[in-house]
Design a protein around this ligand. Structure first.
Ligand code: ADP
Length: 485
């Protein structure tokens, strides 16, 4: 099979994912460090100023207010004036460059009024130019730096004695241009390092992930060619180990099936060839030697042909049963009558060859099933018993009915079956003793058909056997209440 060119190797896929990841990461860094830096910084500063105003408001009556303001300036460079509604200072700590340093009482009163109008607080963030045209512009002195943005925050408070005061805070936002340049240079380095790292990572990871897959693929190709002895390497990681175990198991099962198929073909061809050789042999003898055209030889040919027919029939039956294509015609019938009928077919055998077939039964057991198939079952069991029974040539068939179930036992007095063979005799083509005198007739398919038919009927079945003491093949199925009973 040719690999589809649309299917990209895992190496390139990984590299693609990592590239996207790195790009997103760098974009985020660039956005936050360069583009939004100023506004983020401004937001943080504004928040600090507001929080500071809150904390001063809580200590407005404290004697330590001036000391607090001083500390504030030293730590955060935030200037502060606490003034009355008339613009008179109550406390004041301001830096030399502070915007609010030189504000006159009249300006302070204006700011106070703005805060009062805006709900008790006013916030302005202004650059140098905007400052020029605002009320915060110091009328005297106050050299203003260019490019500096300034935050002015006024908050109204009431002291415990009812005095109306305003906390006015001021802080500057120093330009970040220099910082941005540094960050930009850093970003270039980070981008290069990340790209190289992700490349290396992609190649390393793809190696770790794909190496075991490549190995499995190689083994699978060997398996596809029909070599079932191939082993899949279970190293790597969990998914690969599980896949390898599954494939090893599959290879093993395929190997077994293949072996069974070979055995089966070997057995079938052997069994087909034997009667054919005999038929040809007898035919040729009868053609070439005038005296050999005897009824016995003709009978031999007929017998061998029958053997072939029954073998082929068995094979067909079994393959139909196993493929589930067998049609079953279920109906109520008398199992007792069925056994009766089969046993009577052996009358000749009883008469001429001294066999003793005893049939122990009471009453009439009616079951629901396929008559033809069940005839096959009983026939195969009795036939086996007659074939394998001992020197006394005795076979007992026993029917017992209890609790709505009927059990048929077919008992012989033969050699029995060894324990280790017991589970195997039900398998297709299994013969315990391939050289058995009378068993030469058997195809090895009989019990396999019995098993398949009984399973189809949901019947229980089994065998009790002890070497030297004979065997008892039995099956048990539900009875249906008989109209005749
Ligand atoms: P076969 O056609 O060879 O009898 P079966 O499938 O009927 O094939 O039986 C499988 C094998 O089980 C037989 O070859 C035989 O070795 C063993 N077997 C079956 N029935 C008996 C029995 N009544 N006594 C001893 N062995 C038996």
């Amino acid at each position: 099979m040719k690999p589809n060119s649309a299917h990209i190797s895992i190496k390139w896929k990984l590299l693609g994912f990592l590239a996207v990841f790195v790009a997103v990461l760098i974009l985020m860094l660039w956005l936050f460090q360069v583009v939004f830096l100023e506004s983020i910084y401004e937001a943080i500063q504004t928040r600090t100023v507001k929080v500071t105003a809150e904390s001063i408001a809580r200590r407005i009556d404290s004697d330590e207010l001036p000391a607090q303001l001083l500390k504030l300036y030293e730590q955060n460079r935030i200037s502060c004036r606490v003034v009355t509604a008339e613009g008179q200072d109550v406390a004041c700590v301001v830096g030399m460059e502070s915007t609010i340093k030189d504000l006159l009482p009249v300006q302070l009163m204006l700011i106070y009024a703005t805060a009062a109008r805006d709900g008790g607080a006013t916030l302005e963030v202004l650059d140098a130019e905007e400052l020029q045209s605002s009320i915060y512009q110091p009328l005297f002195g106050g050299r203003r730096e260019r490019n500096v943005r300034t935050i002015i925050y006024g908050k109204l408070v009431t002291s415990s004695d009812g005095g109306k005061l305003m906390i006015l805070l001021n802080s500057t936002i120093t330009p970040v241009n220099a910082t941005v340049d540094t960050l930009r240079a850093e970003l270039v380095v980070i981008t290069i390092v990340m790209t190289v790292l992700s490349l290396a990572l992609a190649f390393f990871m793809s190696g770790v992930i794909s190496r075991p897959i490549i190995k499995i693929n190689a083994s699978a190709k060997i398996l596809a060619k029909g070599d079932y002895s191939v082993r899949f390497d279970e190293g790597g990681y969990r998914e690969i180990t599980e896949l390898s175990q599954t494939l090893n198991n599959t290879a093993e099962q395929l190997g077994k099936v293949d072996q069974m198929r070979r055995d089966f073909i070997a057995n079938v061809s052997h069994d087909l060839r034997t009667p054919l050789t005999l038929i040809t042999g007898y035919g040729e003898v009868m053609r070439d030697l005038p005296g050999e055209n005897t009824p016995e030889n003709v009978q031999n040919i007929i017998d061998e042909a029958k053997r072939l027919t029954s073998l082929v029939n068995d094979l067909l039956d079994l393959s139909r049963l196993q493929s589930g294509k067998q049609k079953v015609e279920m109906q109520d019938f008398s199992l007792t009558g069925l056994v009766d009928g089969i046993l009577s077919r052996y009358a000749q055998l009883v008469l001429h060859e001294g066999y003793r077939l005893s049939w122990e039964h009471e009453g009439d057991a009616v079951v629901h099933g396929d008559t033809t198939r069940m005839t096959q079952v009983v026939y195969n069991l009795i036939n086996n018993a007659i074939t394998y029974t001992g020197e006394d040539k005795t076979v007992t068939v026993r029917q017992t009915v209890s609790d709505g179930r009927v059990r048929i036992d077919v008992i012989d007095t033969g050699e029995g079956i060894a324990k280790e063979d017991l589970p195997l005799i039900w398998e297709r083509y299994y013969k315990v003793d391939k050289t058995h005198r009378r068993a030469a007739v058997g195809s090895g398919l009989g019990l396999s058909i019995v098993r398949n038919v009984l399973e189809l009927h949901g019947a229980q079945y089994g065998v009790q056997s002890e070497p030297g003491k004979g065997s008892d093949f039995w099956f048990e199925m539900k009875t249906v209440p008989s109209a005749r009973a």
